[in-house]
Design a protein around this ligand. Sequence first.
Ligand code: ADP
Length: 541
Amino acid sequence: MLGLMQEHPLLVSSILRHAARHHHGARIISQDHTGSIIRSTWPEIAANAARLAHGLARLGVKRGERVATLAWNTTPHLEIYHGVSGMGAVLHTVNPRLFKDQIAFILADAADVVMFIDASLLPLLANLADVLPPSLHHVVVLGDGEAPALPIPVLRYADLIAGESDAQDWPVLDERAASSLCYTSGTTGDPKGVLYSHRSTVLHAMAGVMPDVFGLRAVDVVLPVVPMFHVNAWSLPYACPMVGASMVLPGPKLDPASLHALFEAERVTFSAGVPTIWTALLQWLRADPARRFTNPPRLVVGGTALPVPITAGFAEGYGVPILHAWGMTEISPLGSTNARKPENADWSDAEFLAYSRKQGRPHFGVDLRALDGTGAPIAQDDKAYGELEVQGHWVASAYFNRETDPAFTPDGWMRTGDVVTIDELGCIEIVDRAKDVIKSGGEWISSITLENIVLAHPDVQLAAVIPAHHPKWDERPLLLVVRKPGTDPSKDSILATYEGRIAKWWVHDAVEFVDSLPLTATGKLWKAELKKAWADYRLPG
Ligand code: ADP
């Protein structure tokens, strides 16, 4: 017997419709690259999203066609997010920090038909002029600026939407239709496209607002530092209108002083970003005791592991709680968060801070398992290593334009490439990426564990552990350290941080000081590049 309830497809357009009808009072604040601020509301965003959809239809954009954006977190980008998906086209966010040949590959693979580009990125457009794909028939510039000469028309965003109707006549689509497309950052091999559906996007945003995830409410003021080109800004462009929260969009000005000024001026209550952002903000705050938060916001961090000293620094020094989240492009990206459970609800703050290095537990809608080398599930004993696999409503089932990929298992799971332990509470801890663990004499050493220990040294700014070739053990860890300015720690003092914290056979003596470490376009340590650069390294002795 079937239930007797109404059925409505889960569509991205329904989110903005809800915000425009029921959340007039929320503020949407947008800062452009010049620092000037535009203020609007959900009804105004919805009206412009509709004008944009009509404008794109006039340019000939059809359902299912891909529309690229190279843009920062701004109001026009938010309007494009909703307008493009709402009309049934596919929003393709592109990371402007990628290399030219990666962007060229991604644009060609997606076969984008229109490209939106922020005025501050016009030099990039000039650089891309000779690699734009043949499918592209219009470029639209967000803001004012002198566009380079191209063989296709270049319009201004304001002109594209001017004179268009604001009628929000969104089509009723199949909820399984594609709504957006995002590429993995391609640190190994070519980037791969992940094609989200309307259904997966709506369900993912509904999960994102749950209390143990982002816990968003209508009274929140949300500042996504995570770029809208980094996996849907972790759902915030959908989750905020879903609950009627206000948004503060910082544009490209992400230095600590600019961010802190926005937090204070707009009374931000919630923000999300990668560890490099929060580490820099903490250093900036500490440089002057007068720097405080009038209303301490809640922060979420993900993308790479957040070192406990940063979480502790924010919590103890500024009353700012940080929630540790894990995710990936292929899972929209939210997979787990480390929020308390009944079993650790009574732990002291200090105990829970130490525990916050872990990436947490999944929420309803995604499931996790970890398998050892034989394919058996690992014990939940906080010790056994296994590769994490994931399954759920917002998990990819295949890559765009690729027939098959070994990431997808025959029984419907996706291999994450992350090596984890799981504890008795079901909490995962990422010990490494499968390709980055140090394989020493048949045993695995977690490069991330070594890095986190060393980061607690007061003179260490950045650390990376990569494998160095060893004639007997195959690989041994090589630690690369960037010192804090004005400090000169000895190798011995750095190695002393390991004492009593890891198995003896993990401890190594290869330490080298470097001026900087390469980062990927999403701000992660670029281990593949480091391994190349240090391939000929000879271990001491
Ligand atoms: P890419 O895989 O191309 O670098 P993603 O942004 O999809 O881009 O990265 C996903 C990966 O980032 C995960 O598989 C994991 O290795 C890492 N990651 C994400 N969040 C965390 C976290 N909180 N702690 C440790 N690693 C993380």
